[in-house]
Design a protein around this ligand. Structure first.
Ligand SMILES: Nc1ncnc2c1ncn2[C@@H]1O[C@H](COP(=O)(O)OP(=O)(O)OP(=O)(O)O)[C@@H](O)[C@H]1O
Ligand SMILES: [Mg+2]
Length: 433
């Protein structure tokens, strides 16, 4: 990029003007012979000089305009690129405009937040030290083609980002100048989603393969060594039945989860009274007659307002929570279910209903709590599997509650027990009419 003032290109002017002046001098020396010839010569010389000056003036004006445009871009808010800098400023992702020497001409708000307010006017390599990110800039400048490279930011939290550099041209046809447009995209969420999808397929296949392998093993034993052992046949068939039932439950849960996810963005339209719904569920789930079965106690507040809900999905939510409370409660301790009115839902100004399911038993270590609603996540996989669990119960609960615009909270404290609370927005009775 030329920085010098175009007005002081003396050498160029002198190199062109000198031969003309010399010609005039020689001709003037000869011209004393003929006055008319001398006048003609001077006139020709004057016209030539004027023509030369006019040509230089045009060159100088063009050069000045080119310098003004690039200086304008550099100081953000120049002539043509003012619209460009405004556009860049409005983008949510960090965006930088650099000259071809990688000096920052403009950095939008997001880029300044990422790299610091002082980045403008400086060499990008002082602020961005990731070799891969700088490599994207080098590659774009070297080839003139867009280049992308991934890199990891560690501060303040680990993030996977991508630097995308492309070459753009600004200015007018005769003063076109090239710049580097560098954008930084945060790929963390996308990468996490990709990983979750891959983990999900791996987990689902693993969960299905385990019971299937057991069933195949028992079939082989029954067909071979235990062919005539009636006792072994009875025992193995019972286990095979259980394993097959677990596979069926797993497939049903997976289907149910994908159905819930499909219309998670559509809020439910039914109005559901929680009191009779909870009474029904408790009646059907109470493990009567079983040794050490926990007593299920239900405590409902008076006059609970209805909630906007899908009845079947709410049944699924409370069945899953009560099932967990029964499964993970200490022998001989009861399971307590309460439903009460709350004036304000967590983080909202509207009121609603809070349903809690409490059981005593081994507490859930705090580091596991945020992950319990992930598919297949279990504190103790072997124990959960032995109890017939698929590890999808709380994932289903979370998605249903989220569809109902409610919240799910899990609290667990050693020596006390685990409380799972579902908050649901209520419907004003007047709006039901
Ligand atoms: N009330 C509870 N007390 C202690 N741990 C619990 C409780 N509820 C859930 N957990 C823990 O959370 C994990 C995930 O629960 P989730 O309901 O998703 O799966 P699951 O009960 O193992 O299987 P599924 O519900 O699919 O049959 C459980 O494996 C268990 O470790
Ligand atoms: Mg469960």
């Amino acid at each position: 990029m030329r920085q010098e003032d175009p007005d002081i290109d003396y050498i160029r002017i002198a190199a062109t003007a000198l031969p003309v002046l010399l010609a005039i001098l020689i001709l003037s020396a000869l011209a004393h012979v003929d006055r008319t010839a001398m006048v003609a010569l001077w006139a020709t010389a004057a016209i030539s000089l004027l023509w030369l000056l006019a040509r230089y003036r045009a060159d100088i004006l063009r050069e000045r305009r080119r310098l003004r445009i690039s200086a304008g871009v550099r100081e953000r808010g120049g002539v043509a690129p003012r619209a460009l800098t405004r556009l860049v400023e409005g983008m949510a992702d960090p965006l930088l405009l650099l000259d071809m020497k990688q000096r920052v001409i403009h950095a939008n708000r997001a880029a300044r937040a990422l790299l610091g307010e002082t980045v403008v006017g400086k060499d990008i390599s002082f602020y961005m030290r990731h070799p891969a990110a700088l490599d994207a800039l080098d590659a774009a400048i070297a080839t003139g083609e867009a280049a992308e490279r991934e890199f990891t930011l560690l501060d303040p939290v680990e993030r996977t980002c991508m630097m995308r550099a492309s070459i753009i041209e600004a200015g007018e046809e005769d003063t076109l100048e090239r710049f580097v447009l560098a954008s930084i995209f945060d790929l963390t969420k996308m990468k996490r989603a990709e990983k979750m999808r891959a983990d999900f397929v791996a987990n689902a296949s693993h969960e299905l393969r385990t019971p299937l392998a057991a069933i195949i093993g028992f079939i082989e034993t029954l067909a071979g060594p235990a062919a005539n052992d009636a006792e072994a046949r009875r025992r193995f068939l019972a286990i095979m039945g259980e394993e097959a039932a677990r596979m069926l439950r797993l497939i049903e849960d997976l289907l149910s989860l994908s159905r819930i996810e499909m219309d998670e963005h559509l809020p439910p339209s039914g109005a559901v009274d929680l009191a009779p719904l909870l009474e029904n569920i408790v009646d059907t789930m109470a493990p009567r007659g079983k040794k050490d079965a926990p007593e299920i106690r239900l405590s409902l507040a008076e006059a609970l307002p209805p909630v906007r809900a899908d009845r079947d999905q709410l049944v699924q939510v409370f069945q899953n929570l009560i099932d967990n409370a029964i499964k993970y409660s200490r022998a001989g301790t009861p399971v307590d279910i309460t439903a009460q009115l709350v004036e304000r839902l967590p983080g909202r100004s509207e009121g609603g209903v809070a349903v809690t399911v409490f059981n005593q038993g081994e507490a859930i270590p705090p580091e596991h709590i945020p992950r319990l609603t992930e598919r297949f996540y279990r504190v103790d996989s072997a124990r959960s599997r032995k109890l017939g669990g698929t590890g999808l119960g709380l994932a289903i609960v979370k998605h249903i509650v989220s569809r109902h615009r409610g919240t799910l909270t899990i609290d667990s404290a050693p020596d006390q027990g685990t409380t799972v609370t579902v908050h649901l927005p209520s419907i004003a009775v007047a709006s039901l009419a």
